[in-house]
Ligand binder design. Structure first.
Ligand code: HMG
Ligand code: MG
Length: 300
């Protein structure tokens, strides 16, 4: 059992959330979103993504957004990069923390980044080398850890192999992503347990999408297994454009509510987060997917 009572939330709404929303938000609204998130006490806020704008037009304004946000001391603002070209764009905009990504499923990688697992890893070797030279921190995402929209089952051994490889290459943290939200608590826990035999638990994070309403239960199982870094998106926005049927990420408000209810601390002001979730839903003209925000808004 991990004795630490502190959970670090990695807020991914401005990237994972907005990359899959039909409504294209102007750069100034994205900047306002991140500035509001910075005021909630979150320590890590994924700001945007320097992928190909042809593949993800929602985040084509990455440089403008990154330059425009207020960087609060002590808060990190990682950005997603798929290759050296993305890395250079991110650095030019001033990024000092990046995230690279691949999947445990061959079929998903092909659709998401037009490469096999091995090719995708080859692609980010030079990114990692450059990042190490520049003292840039690198998070590594492994997608489809509990199922793939194209190949179905994903063997745990494949998840372990990819996570270990990314860790060996120098990723500071590995986020294990249930991209399509098909996991259930016992499987989530078993997968995390297997990966933690090869990568220290303190270097692992969990990333759940909430397609079947399992995300909070999965997070709880993984907390019991010892993880202390949890990804989530304010208002439960998002999904993956290359994972049909995947719904939003688990809502940050719901995660923080659960953690505080368990006596764990996050450093996040839940009221400010709820207000930000409601504000974002209004910008997107949609109902918030956070149960906490809906309940609070309903009672005024
Ligand atoms: P490609 O078409 O195979 O690449 O895309 P290419 O190298 O042949 O380049 C094609 C064109 O893209 C060229 O331009 C490049 O310059 C340009 P053209 O000559 O045709 O005008 N290009 C770029 N432009 C800007 N920034 C770049 C960049 N790279 C190439 N960085 C590529 C390969 C990887 C670029 C593409 O497939 C891509 O950008 N994919 C991104 C897909 C994506 O963002 N998916 C969602 C993120 S992953 C996720 O959400 C899962 C996660 O949340 C965890 C989970 O839930 O499991 C992290
Ligand atoms: Mg995701």
């Amino acid at each position: 059992m991990n004795p630490s009572n502190h959970v670090r939330i990695v807020e991914v709404g401005a990237r994972d959330g907005l990359q899959n929303e039909k409504t294209l938000l102007p750069a100034e609204v994205k900047i306002a979103l991140i500035d509001r998130l910075s005021a909630t006490g979150l320590q890590t806020i994924e700001a945007t993504s320097f992928v190909s704008p042809k593949w993800v037009p929602q985040l084509a304004d990455a440089a403008e957004v990154f330059r425009g946000i207020r960087k609060v001391p002590g808060v990190s603002y990682p950005v997603l990069v798929p290759n050296l070209q993305g890395y250079e764009r991110a650095r030019e905009a001033g990024a000092t923390d990046i995230a690279v990504f691949t999947a445990a499923s061959e079929a998903f990688n092909r659709r998401n980044i037009n490469a096999s697992i091995d090719e995708s890893i080859e692609r980010f070797v030079p990114v990692m080398e450059q990042a190490q030279a520049d003292e840039v921190t690198v998070r590594g995402y492994v997608s489809t850890v509990l199922g793939c929209p194209y190949q179905g089952e994903v063997p745990v051994a494949d998840v372990v192999r990819v996570a270990r490889r990314m860790y060996e290459l120098g990723c500071d943290e590995i986020s294990l992503g249930d991209t399509i939200g098909v996991g259930t608590p016992a499987r989530a826990r078993a997968m995390l347990h297997a990966v933690a035999q090869e990568v220290p638990i303190d270097a692992l994070a969990v990333h759940f999408h909430d397609t079947y309403g399992q995300a909070l239960a999965n997070i709880l199982a993984c907390l019991e297994e010892g993880v202390r870094v949890v990804d989530s998106a304010v208002s439960g926005t998002g999904g993956c454009p290359y994972a049909k049927g995947a719904t939003g990420n688990v809502a940050s408000e719901d995660v923080v509510y659960m953690l505080h209810g368990m006596g764990m601390e996050t450093g996040v002001d839940l009221d400010l987060l709820v207000a930000t979730g409601a504000w974002l839903a209004a910008q997107l003209h949609k109902e918030t997917a956070s149960r906490v925000t809906r309940a609070r808004t309903a009672v005024g």
